[in-house]
Ligand binder design. Structure first.
Ligand code: NAI
Length: 255
């Protein structure tokens, strides 16, 4: 019996990498998946892959930074698809500039990263809150090892702050929505090979080595490594789990 039958699952940033894998995994478990991404073509491709594999999916373009668009999208999904019971807030960007660069660049990084990685999670969650409360839904937020630490490889304080924020938001929301039967959890991926870090990986094999040397399982993760935990947190298998973060980091934080 599939784990997510009769669920409608929204996944943001599902046109690529981790979100695309989670969307596919949710569909394999029987959910009807709403694929959202700022990149309409990429979202459409993910939805087509799911349908070609026999699953149910539709796609819409959504920039999670646009609060009004998120509200309009929640209405559109309710009308065209149905009542959403799973929300995976996955859309995110990463940059690796510190605080000491040119002021304009530092400020741009801060504004873009917080707008997408943190405000975006708020915007989409707030827009779908009515549906999620009505369905006793589940929210799965994508955090990071940077929900806890700043990396020993170059990374931006903005990214670290945004992912600490995602974890804090997860806990606060779990506390507030528990009485409605809504569960809110996060996943903390380690170093996962996706288009997000493709250029960095190609240009900096030394950085990759620092990461892998610090990862007990001794390999980078793949998007598919995130899928099982994402299904677990969305399904009844985690019926008494809320306010948690499941680290999917090859053990990175243990050493
Ligand atoms: P990716 O770059 O492969 O995919 C991100 C997707 O988000 C893209 O399809 C992009 O178009 C979309 N997106 C970007 N801005 C958006 C916006 N404003 N509105 C809607 N969609 C938008 O990245 P990846 O690696 O799959 O990352 C997914 C999540 O996982 C992000 O939140 C990231 O911070 C997080 N993460 C990734 C890690 C990694 O090593 N790849 C490690 C830890 C966390």
């Amino acid at each position: 019996m599939p784990l997510l039958s009769n669920h409608i699952a929204v996944v943001t940033g599902a046109g690529s990498g981790i979100g695309r894998a989670i969307a596919g995994g949710y569909a394999r478990e029987g959910a009807r998946v709403v694929v959202l991404d700022i990149n309409q073509q990429a979202a459409a491709t993910t939805a087509k892959e799911i349908r070609d594999a026999g699953g149910k999916a539709e796609s819409f373009a959504l920039d999670v930074t646009r609060r009004d668009d998120c509200i309009a999208m929640a209405k559109q999904v309710a009308d065209k698809v149905g009542p959403v019971s799973i929300l995976c807030n996955n859309a995110g960007i990463a940059r690796r500039n510190g605080m000491l660069g040119a002021a304009e660049a530092v400020i741009n990084d801060w504004e873009d990263i917080i707008a997408i990685n943190l405000n975006g999670v708020f915007n989409v969650t707030h827009a779908f809150l009515g549906a999620l409360r009505a369905s006793k839904g589940r929210i799965v937020n994508i955090g990071s090892i940077q929900s806890f630490v700043h990396l020993r490889t170059p990374s931006s304080p903005a990214y670290t702050a945004s992912k600490h924020g995602v974890l804090g938001f997860t806990k606060a929301l779990a506390a507030e929505l528990g009485k409605d039967g809504v569960r809110v959890n996060a996943i903390g991926p380690g170093f996962i090979e996706t288009p997000l870090n493709e250029k960095v990986r190609a240009a900096n094999p030394d950085l990759v080595k620092v990461f892998i040397d610090h990862t007990p399982l001794g390999r980078p993760g793949k998007p598919e490594d995130i899928v099982g935990p994402a299904i677990f947190l969305a399904s009844d298998m985690s019926a008494y789990v809320s306010g948690s973060i499941v680290m999917v980091d090859g053990g990175y934080r243990t050493i």
